[in-house]
Design a protein around this ligand. Structure first.
Ligand SMILES: *Cc1c(COP(=O)(O)O)cnc(C)c1O
Length: 353
């Protein structure tokens, strides 16, 4: 059945091995982030075999799938009040920034006879989650330390997600100083400094990762073999771990400019077109419900993606000559956003190779 996504478990395991070995050589623990592949169990196993220390996901439905796996589980997204019971039941650790939520977790952990671990999140300027004000962060840590069923396991940050702010020695040292301030103020030791996601890996390569950062949460680099600071390929990794195949349902020569009075497209946009004369165009049976057309990279470099509606992907096949016929499939590598959509779409079959 098409469309389908071919998943190379061996290549994923090799990617995880290469990157996590590099981290452990620097005494950095690695959480394997599973959300982009919806915590698929075979891919999760490949991550574990590749050498991750923890599993991490932002959705509780995904974390529930890990029940029975003997590895510490991290809830990445700040817990909703409505999911606190499940977070305590299915996760060992959660990332938090709101004292009210942590207090609710403490109560539930008491009821479940558990001690739940917290990574307290600092916002270093990317302006997604985390406490922005330094004094407020240290004070919140003090209040957390008084809770009986909560262990303040670490301090963390998330960068390059909303604001595009890069991790640097400067902002990560700020995180380390916050940890030290908490330790000094309350006479405790804090085990973990969780210094970000795939975009922090470049600091290891450039030998600029601050000594005290001892944990990273890695998703994209593992699955796509790409670091996310500069978008470079990571040496000795694979970028074709996932290959999407879509089938051609129409193949015809047509003009490149629409004919008639132009209004809105299916998504309310006013598209613009360039006149490239008559083109050989293919339609594949896949659409925006399953992918972002901008996030498809044709394996055959002669093929260009022109656009897509909900269920139709339109390709410029002019340079491909007579290589393709109706019913043939076209292969694509995927960016993170398209991979996320393709995995989430129940219309895309998942096949392991
Ligand atoms: C998704 C996520 C990650 C992983 O990010 P990648 O760029 O895929 O490595 C790490 N931390 C948090 C909090 C996340 O939500």
């Amino acid at each position: 059945m098409y469309p389908r996504i071919l998943i190379d478990l061996k290549k994923i395991e090799e990617n995880v091995d290469v990157i996590s070995s590099k981290c452990s050589a620097r005494n950095i623990w690695v959480a394997g982030v599973t959300k982009v592949f919806c915590a698929d169990s075979k891919i999760t196993d490949a991550m574990i075999n590749g050498g991750v220390t923890y599993l991490a996901d932002s959705r509780i439905q995904n974390l529930k799938k890990f029940e029975g796996i003997e590895i510490q589980k991290y809830m990445l997204r700040l817990p909703m009040m409505s999911e606190v019971e499940d977070v305590v039941r299915y996760c060992d650790v959660s990332l938090n920034s709101e004292y009210e939520t942590i207090k609710a977790i403490d109560k539930v952990a008491g009821e479940q006879g558990k001690v739940h671990k917290i990574i307290l999140m600092a916002d270093l300027g990317d302006l997604r989650e985390g406490i922005f004000d330094e004094n407020e962060l240290v004070k919140t840590a003090g209040k957390i330390l008084e809770l009986k069923n909560i262990q303040l396991k670490g301090i963390g940050t998330n960068l390059t997600c909303y604001g595009g702010v890069l991790p640097t020695e400067k902002n990560l040292n700020k995180l380390i100083n916050l940890k030290k301030a908490i330790e000094k103020e309350y006479h405790v030791t804090i085990d973990l400094v969780s210094g970000g996601n795939s975009s922090s890996l470049y600091l290891i390569d450039e030998n600029r990762m601050p000594e005290d950062v001892n944990m990273l949460r890695i998703g994209e680099a593992f699955v796509l073999g790409r670091e996310t600071t500069y978008g470079n390929r990571i040496p000795d990794t694979h970028d074709d771990t996932f290959v999407l195949e879509a089938q051609i349902i129409e193949l015809k020569e047509k003009p490149s400019l629409p004919i008639g009075e132009l209004g809105m497209d299916a998504f309310g946009n006013h598209p613009e077109f360039e006149d490239k004369g008559i083109m050989k165009r293919a339609i594949c049976a896949i659409g925006r419900q399953d992918i972002d057309p901008e996030g498809l990279i044709s394996v055959d470099a002669r093929i260009d993606v022109i656009g897509a509606s909900s269920d139709h992907l339109i390709l410029d096949m002019s340079a491909a000559g007579d290589s393709y016929r109706l019913g043939d499939t076209v292969k694509f590598k995927l960016t993170y956003g398209s991979l996320l959509k393709a995995f989430t779409s129940e219309y895309v079959e998942k096949v392991y190779v």
